[in-house]
Ligand binder design. Structure first.
Ligand code: NDP
Ligand code: DGY
Length: 328
């Protein structure tokens, strides 16, 4: 009798319990993982992936030609526990006929919720206000003290009216937004209809919005999209929020715009690099709120993401349709 050939799966981190349990139940796979909450060092990743049929990775793992070479010809499926795929060398992956799974939809609500939280935190200056209470700066109720900018009757510009962009607009609408503007590669009239959102050029969105939220994917076309020119086009009273990827923003230009009063404030859930060094100039600014990439960070969402990532991987390895396969 032939011994059963197990497929080798490598997982680059400890993942939440639902995803882990699904992998552990797979009798046709031999699963190895980097048993830590911290990122796997490059050398360990290359060692771990060698000969693997499936790789379950995170957005912190760079899957480039070098890693694919280290994996070798067995590798048939890469499943990332993220909706963003900018850490994957997709051309190289496609050339090798490797299938890719990712986790759209299941994190849309959590990320949109965080985006709205970050917008309100930034435009109403909550971190500064909390700090004033703690440090004794709160001396009296004063007419113009701690004033910020409100959403009612405002124009909101969304860069990327995709799944998350729409979910953000849906949550903002009840705040009494007067007008939504959006950009993208092309108009999305069906999706935009729900918000009567107007498709505009990036300069027009920059110039006319009171609040700008970046919700696009990171691609060569969006890298550095929000730069000096962009910030110079914005209103001095406008608030900028980025929940997509740090590289969509030129951070030096953002710093200049915030420090010089070119724009009112910024809220960032994503930066370059991550983590942002604690001595980074942006952290010296009161009008810049920075979060540690927590858009999808609810227990339920992360568990669901891990399960979807595991199911994508297993389906791909078994030659079945994946629940969420990226079209390459
Ligand atoms: P979608 O694919 O649904 O949306 C991506 C959007 O990017 C689309 O609206 C697309 O617009 C837009 N886009 C692509 N190219 C351009 C361009 N050149 N100019 C302007 N817009 C562009 O993805 P999701 O909404 O699910 O996720 C979006 C991104 O959010 C992810 O890729 C990820 O980077 C980030 N993210 C961050 C999280 C966090 O924790 N902070 C959590 C989850 C996601 P069109 O197709 O119309 O061109
Ligand atoms: C993603 O999935 O791309 C986010 O950045 C993390 O949830």
């Amino acid at each position: 009798m032939n011994p059963v050939r197990l497929m080798k799966v490598f997982v680059t981190r400890r993942i939440p319990p639902e995803g882990w349990a699904a992998l552990a139940r797979a009798a046709d796979c031999q699963v190895e993982h980097w048993d830590s909450d911290e990122p796997i060092p490059d050398k360990e990743l290359e060692r771990g992936v060698a000969g693997a049929h499936g790789l379950l990775c995170l957005l912190t793992d760079r899957v480039d030609k070098r890693l694919l070479d280290a994996a070798g010809a067995n590798l048939k499926v890469i499943s990332t526990m993220s909706v963003g795929v900018d850490h994957l060398a997709l051309d190289e992956i496609k050339k090798r006929g490797i299938r890719v799974g990712y986790t759209p939809d299941v994190l849309t609500d959590a990320t949109a919720e965080l985006a709205v939280s970050l917008l309100l935190t930034t435009c109403r200056r909550l971190p500064e206000a909390i700090e004033e209470v703690r440090n004794g700066g709160w001396t009296s109720w004063k007419p113009l003290w701690m004033c910020g900018y409100g959403l009612t009757q405002s124009t909101v510009g969304i860069i990327g009216l995709g799944r998350i962009g729409q979910a953000i607009a849906r949550r903002l609408k009840p705040f009494g937004i007067q007008k939504f503007l959006y950009t993208g590669r092309q108009p999305r009239p069906q999706e935009a209809a729900e918000f009567q959102a107007e498709f505009v050029s990036t300069p027009k969105l920059a110039a006319e919005s009171d609040f700008i939220i970046v919700a696009c994917s990171l691609t060569p076309a969006t890298k550095g999209l929000c730069n000096k020119d962009f910030f110079q086009q914005m209103k001095k009273t406008a608030v900028f929020v980025n929940i997509s990827r740090g590289d969509v923003v030129n951070q030096d230009d953002l710093y200049q715009a915030l420090a010089g009063g070119q724009i009112a404030a910024a809220g960032l859930d994503v930066t370059t690099p991550e983590p942002l060094p604690t001595n980074h100039p942006l952290l010296t600014l009161k009008n810049c709120v920075i979060l540690p990439h927590i858009g999808s960070a609810t227990y339920g969402t992360r568990n669901t993401m891990s399960l979807l990532a595991a199911n994508n991987l297993l389906a791909g390895l078994r030659g079945e349709p994946m629940p969420s396969e990226l079209k390459l």
